[in-house]
Design a protein around this ligand. Sequence first.
Ligand code: SP5
Ligand code: ZN
Length: 348
Amino acid sequence: MITVLSTQHQLHDCQHEFHRGRLVPCYEIPRRAEIILQAVKSAELGDIVEPDDFGMDPMMAVHDAAYLNFLQTAFEQWKAVHPEDTEVIPHTWCIRRMSQHVPDTIHGKVGFYSFDAGTPMVAGTWEAVRCGANTALTAARLLGKGEPAVFALSRPPGHHAGKDYYGGYCFLNNAAIAAQALRDGGATRVAILDVDYHHGNGTQDIFYDRDDVLVVSLHATPADEYPYFLGYADERGEGAGVGCNLNYALPAGSLWREYLACLENALQNSEAASVDALVVSLGVDTWERDPLSTFQLTTNNLGGIGRIIGQLKLPTLFVMEGGYAVDELGTNVVSVLKGFESTNQVSG
Ligand code: SP5
Ligand code: ZN
């Protein structure tokens, strides 16, 4: 399996996120991708390639133009007002019954385009984020050319980013951009399977009214967990997309037994097995000792997720999402990918 990675991910290197009333060190750090890269190399998973540049059009295909313009300029706009600042963290949001006018001031803009205070921006954020999307797009092109499976080691992650908002450490929805590129490259129907611990609210937002991209997510119930405001089972899509968004919300503390039954059920009840290509939003924050999660999956169980996905026998694009037990992150990601390969006998 080919891995795509941009060294530019390191430019998104933030110090603080707001957590339980104080600024704490970020969970989503550059070392995450470096650890995964080392494990991919040690496991001899296959070639490692840098992404190409696909320009803005594939991002515009899933994100709002004004939002993309904001992302590119936000840090500079903030710097113009506060030259001494090294990171930008929003603190005021647009919620129910408020006006949808985009504020003139950057302080208002960051609140308008975000949904949490845990997702800082620094000077290099846009460049890292742009290269992360190109990483997913390069992987999508390789899949379109006939590779059976590709791993997009995108960083920062993407599944919490909606059409026109950021949050949850995510700015551009790498998996959604890749799924759209697969559609535009000729796939009639694509499924996104999201196995990150957290609900992929951004992916749901992007494809909610569409029947050509099926979105299936297994996650801790929003009643107990971040992102709190989306991810319930009764969110099934709208318009043409009714029935094409499937949420499987598990209780906090879920074990492999429950997770496995849920995953098998999700794949049986959905048309995921009959699509032309599968995009996996690969979070390994379901692991038993992840600092942000309560699920109890072992490294072996993660391999089981890979095997179940492999049994679908679909062209499969893995896109990296969450996972914050950094020392074990490489082992856990490789466990999923090796589990997948054990069923498909994919060569180098
Ligand atoms: C991509 C991804 O996995 N994003 C996750 C963003 C979660 N950010 C908020 C975390 C707050 C969770 N509090 C957990 C308490 C653990 N002791
Ligand atoms: Zn997550």
